[in-house]
Design a protein around this ligand. Structure first.
Ligand code: ADP
Ligand code: MG
Length: 767
């Protein structure tokens, strides 16, 4: 028989029946796939599981000791029930077998073993349903014998004795299913490991030595059958490192591929628009803006296309940084495109850029400055004439800056010479859209992606790993503090009254307020919003790292669904105008309004002609009205942490302090309430982003868990492994720089190819 390797089909090694079960139950077919099905945890031999913590409905594998076993004859019909009680010394769990009296002989009091099954509750007592068990040898002291493997259900695992899955003190416990016990997986893995010759080492020896990584062979054996905790930890570290390296190599190769086609150099031109703009800026740039500005200026001068992510708190002044980059590009004779996620935001960007530029944006019009350019706005719902004009300005080059929504990506849009693409609030755009826009340039344009959602370092390195990252850490001077309070609508109705009074007080002082609601109103839902507002899906789901972070399993969301329908913009506005806010100028803004209505509302709100704007999350990103001081969020529990933080960032942008009120019906102590309390407790965006990350599993972050398929990130933790990811990133960059296709490391290249399965590249594309 030829020696087996990682690609060998399991049926050749463990037998057809087991192989079929492994395929059906956990979806593994080859030796390599099985070996990458890692233990969920390790039971210490002799250390009993705390049975008090079992959760009804879960399928568990526990270590316990038999307390008693009794067989009862049934009078009503022929047969007997064997009732067994197992215990951890404090709590008991029952096992029931029908017509298997011999079990009582086997499950003698005092014997210990592993018991698996679904936890149920019957008359207040915990039970394991359809239990399977595996008893340790009676003379457990030497810990070397396995007495029997048995199953209450599937008997394909009958107890052939010689198995030594549990010889060591650490017992691997696998993510199992009702039909496939953890120890059946352990047995298959033992069979495989016993026959598998040493696995060739894909990592260069020098790297292994420098980063103190055990060999792959040791790691794969050590993760499944560790002799002790040290061996398990070393194995885990190596395998997690491999996962990080796989991701980083893929990203490094992407970057290398993107750099193959040189971009045009767009150097700074002294005495140009950029200098004129700097000279007239009404404020001094922060140190961070200057620093990031020179990084970008240097990037633009190179012929390697810039690929930079600019992150900074809401209000940290990213737009000014981007505008200075655009002007440098215009000075070199090219154009810049600014992609915004919504029409409201695109229009606002165009307006505020024109305002910042003043006569520098009046090219072709009266009063234009010398070397002036023009700003064109291009959105889907533009009237035909305005649209034609914008298209001409873009194609002819008259517009140095073209601002738009994803309408910019359409085929009909041409640029004379597109030198820079700026994507604002990146999380609503996919890589495909970025690429489609970049494809409109004769040579690859430079790319600047801006996000106001702070991104934890590990996510930046992993999800956005093909981008260089700049961070604006400080806010411009003169920003006012924002205080946040949770308003429990059920528990403290008086606070609700007080909240609306606060809004009235601010309005009386000449300031303005937002009231955000999850829904628009009757018959208008978020789905409708989504098609109008953006390509990435329901607005409410666009949280944190955007499309990649949609968490459909979020229990908070499920709970929200069961509650009364969420507050709606239309009814809330009417109620407020007729009730607590009577007499104030209350208007609505949502995604289903025609573009010119939205535009008009935003314009009048900016001009102070509206006191209270009742809106959906269309105000979430970028909306910048310094005179707005109160943000009331109704049904706040329906939003994610990052989204709340974004919404809150809409106030406190001027001289007066901001106030954010999170209204919620979520009861004290509920997870949703705790999340809101956390948001109220800090305005540190990075702390909140980390909190957000902690509440999600890795698969959610990477968008893989919903697919139900295996993720290639099994051990790597974006929470804990940042050092490891940083190491792997440095190594990957180094390897790919020297050898982009990894031809000198065929095993490594193959390993990457294996890791980059379809879903992986899907996830990378989503980033
Ligand atoms: P971001 O896009 O990062 O949320 P913006 O670029 O929209 O922030 O800036 C928010 C506001 O702060 C704008 O009104 C902008 O003109 C102003 N601003 C930007 N930089 C500075 C600065 N260095 N000093 C004072 N105000 C600034
Ligand atoms: Mg902005």
């Amino acid at each position: 028989m030829r020696p087996i390797d990682l690609d060998t089909a399991l049926r050749e090694v463990v037998g057809g029946r087991t192989a079929a079960a492994l395929d059906k139950q956990i979806g593994v077919v080859t030796v390599g796939e099985l070996l990458h099905h890692y233990p969920r945890r390790y039971a210490e031999r002799g250390e009993l599981t705390d049975l008090g913590r079992l959760v009804v409905g879960e399928h568990v594998t526990v270590q316990a000791t038999v307390e008693k076993a009794t067989t009862i004859r049934m009078r009503s019909r022929r047969g007997a029930i064997t009732e067994v009680v197992v215990s951890d010394g404090h709590h008991r769990v029952g096992l029931t077998f029908f017509n298997q009296q011999w079990r009582a002989g086997e499950l003698r009091p005092g014997r210990s073993g592993l018991f698996a099954g679904k936890v149920t509750e019957f008359r207040g007592a915990r039970k394991l349903n359809n239990p399977e068990y595996l008893l340790f040898a009676d003379d457990a002291a030497d810990g070397h014998h396995l007495d029997s493997i048995d199953g209450g259900g599937d008997s394909s695992d009958s107890g052939e004795a010689a198995a030594d899955e549990f010889a060591a003190t650490l017992i691997a416990v696998y993510p199992a299913t009702a039909k496939l016990a953890s120890w059946s997986i352990a047995r298959a893995i033992r069979l495989v490991l016993d026959q598998l010759p040493p696995i060739s080492e894909p990592l260069p020896e020098a790297i292994r030595a420098r980063h103190e990584l055990v060999g792959l062979d040791d790691a794969l054996r050590g993760i499944h059958r560790p002799a002790d905790h040290a061996q398990r930890a070393a194995a885990r570290r190596r395998l997690a490192w491999d996962e990080a390296l796989g991701v980083q190599l893929t990203l490094a190769q992407r970057r290398a591929a993107a750099a193959v086609n040189p971009a045009a150099s767009r150097p700074h031109r002294p005495g140009g628009l950029a200098d004129a703009f700097d000279a007239r800026l009404p404020f001094a740039l922060t140190a961070g803006q200057q620093e990031v500005g020179s990084e970008i200026a240097a990037d633009l001068e190179r012929t390697r296309p810039m690929q930079r992510l600019l992150q900074g708190e809401v209000g940290s002044g990213k737009t000014v940084v981007a505008l200075r980059a655009m002007l440098q590009v215009i000075d070199s004779g090219a154009q810049a495109a600014l992609l915004a996620p919504t029409e409201v935001l695109a229009a606002q960007h165009a307006r505020s850029i024109e305002a910042l530029l003043g006569d520098l944006a009046l090219a072709g019009r009266f009063g234009a400055a010398e070397s002036a350019t023009r700003v064109a706005l291009l959105t889907g719902s533009l009237p035909a004439t305005a649209r034609r004009e914008a298209l001409l300005d873009a194609a002819g080059g008259a517009a140095g800056i073209v601002v738009g929504t994803h309408a910019l990506i359409q085929k009909t849009v041409d640029f004379a010479d597109l030198g820079l693409v700026v994507v604002d609030e990146q999380h609503r755009f996919g890589v495909e859209q970025r690429d489609a826009l970049r494809a409109k340039a004769a040579v690859p344009p430079h790319l600047l992606v801006m996000t106001a959602t702070p991104i934890p370092r590990t996510v930046a390195m992993t999800v956005f790993g093909d981008l260089d990252v700049s961070t604006l850490a400080e806010l411009p001077r003169g920003r006012s503090p924002i205080s946040t309070a949770v308003v429990p609508t059920g528990e403290r109705p008086a606070w609700v009254t007080r909240a609306w009074e606060r809004v009235r007080e601010e309005a009386a002082a000449g300031r303005q307020a937002y009231v955000v609601c999850p829904r628009i109103g009757d018959g208008l839902d978020e789905e409708g919003l989504a098609t109008i507002e953006g390509p990435a899906g329901k607005e409410d789901e666009q949280d944190g790292y955007g499309a990649v972070l949609v968490d459909v399993d979020d229990p908070a969301d499920a709970a929200a669904d069961e509650m009364a329908p969420a507050a709606a913009v239309l009814t809330t506005a009417a109620d407020l105008a007729a009730g607590p806010l009577a007499g104030l100028r209350v208007e609505v803004l949502h995604g289903q309004q025609p573009a010119d209505t939205k535009d008009d509302v935003m314009r009048r709100f900016s001009a102070g002609e509206i006191d209270v704007l009742v809106a959906t999350t269309v105000v979430e990103v970028g909306v910048d009205v310094a005179n707005a001081t109160v943000m009331v969020i109704k049904d706040a529990e329906r939003y994610g942490v990052s989204q709340l933080h974004q919404l809150r960032g809409r106030v406190g942008r001027g001289a007066a302090p901001g106030l954010c009120l999170l209204m919620t019906g979520a009861p004290t102590g509920s997870p949703a309430r705790e999340r809101l309390d956390a948001v109220a407790a800090t305005t540190d965006g990075f702390a909140l982003a980390t909190l957000d990350l902690e509440q999600r599993r890795e698969g959610d972050v990477l968008g893989t868990s919903q697919s139900g398929r295996r993720s290639s990130l099994k051990l790597l933790s974006l929470r804990r492994d940042d050092d490891l990811i940083a190491e792997a990133r440095a190594v990957a960059l180094h390897l790919v720089e020297a050898d982009p296709l990894l031809t000198g490391h065929p095993l490594l290249a193959a390993q990457v190819a294996r890791a980059v399965d379809e879903e992986r590249s899907q996830f990378l594309d989503k980033a």
